[in-house]
Design a protein around this ligand. Structure first.
Ligand SMILES: Nc1ncnc2c1ncn2[C@@H]1O[C@H](COP(=O)(O)OP(=O)(O)OP(=O)(O)O)[C@@H](O)[C@H]1O
Ligand SMILES: O=P(O)(O)OC[C@H]1O[C@H](OP(=O)(O)OP(=O)(O)O)[C@H](O)[C@@H]1O
Length: 223
């Protein structure tokens, strides 16, 4: 009988990684030393589990790799899951890490003067075009979305947009850039994600992986 192929597990490069690694460790998955070597240019890593490989990709790409079955599982923020809304992605476990929220923010002086409230149509800078469109549609506000990949907070002061939609945690980034949070769109936390087809064709291993992370998340909540 041939051994089943390795499970490819996608991890985001950004800030979720620090919280995800201890969880993986508890799940018995420790990446090879190169993973922690900043000089290494490797993107794919063997792990302490002979049947699991870790790939390190950008946060948004974790969802894309898993949705297309290039990776079978991964960890990613619910912001990314909701932005793409991939039918082939299953997100069975809230890992209770990477907590923040997706919010609308505006320049403090425009809020004080009522300028943004009087706008007949909003120009909104964001990394989340789909969630932003859905939010403003629900409010019945015409919104033109300007897609950025970071530093959204600069857009209002430079005239690129009147508002932004971005992640907020401590609120420090908004404050330091003269912006105030005017509404909260959704809470965000990181999830274990699994490719739906892999769950069907490799149900024993994928089911065990889900159970392990579910248990770890429950233990974390109880602690
Ligand atoms: N301030 C924050 N507090 C907590 N979690 C956050 C915060 N900002 C982002 N996250 C979570 O971490 C994920 C990755 O965000 P991060 O900002 O690290 O990505 P990034 O490094 O900008 O990604 P990339 O450079 O690949 O576009 C987000 O999708 C979100 O789920
Ligand atoms: O409310 P705060 O605690 O200040 O956090 C919010 C910031 O965190 C995220 O950016 P990140 O630092 O991950 O960098 P990025 O600009 O590369 O997305 C987000 O895009 C905000 O800029």
């Amino acid at each position: 009988m041939t051994a089943p192929a390795s499970i490819v597990f996608a991890l985001p490069k950004g800030r979720i990684l620090d919280e995800a690694l201890p969880l993986l460790d508890k799940a018995g998955v420790v990446p090879e030393a190169d993973f922690f070597d900043k000089a290494s240019r490797k993107l794919s890593f063997a792990t302490s589990r002979a049947d699991m490989t870790i790939i390190r990709v950008r946060a948004f790409d974790v969802a894309t790799f898993v949705a297309h079955g290039a990776a079978q599982a991964g960890i990613v923020g619910s912001d990314v899951i909701d932005e793409f809304d991939y039918a082939d992605l299953y997100a069975p476990v809230d890992l209770d890490i990477g907590h923040c929220r997706l919010s609308v923010a505006e320049p403090a002086e425009a809020v004080a003067s009522g300028a943004t409230a009087r706008e007949s149509h909003a120009r909104v800078a964001t990394k989340y075009p789909s969630l932003t469109r859905r939010h403003f549609e629900k409010l019945g506000v015409a919104a033109e979305v300007v897609k950025l990949n970071g530093a959204m907070e600069l857009a209002p002061s430079l005239g690129l947009a009147s508002r932004i939609v971005d992640l907020v945690s401590s609120g420090r980034t908004l404050k330091d850039n003269g912006l105030v949070e005017t509404s909260r769109i959704m809470p965000v936390s990181a999830r274990l994600i699994v490719n739906r087809a892999a769950l069907k064709t490799d149900s024993a291993r994928m089911g065990a992986l889900i159970d392990t992370f579910r248990e770890l998340a429950a233990r974390g909540k109880a602690a």
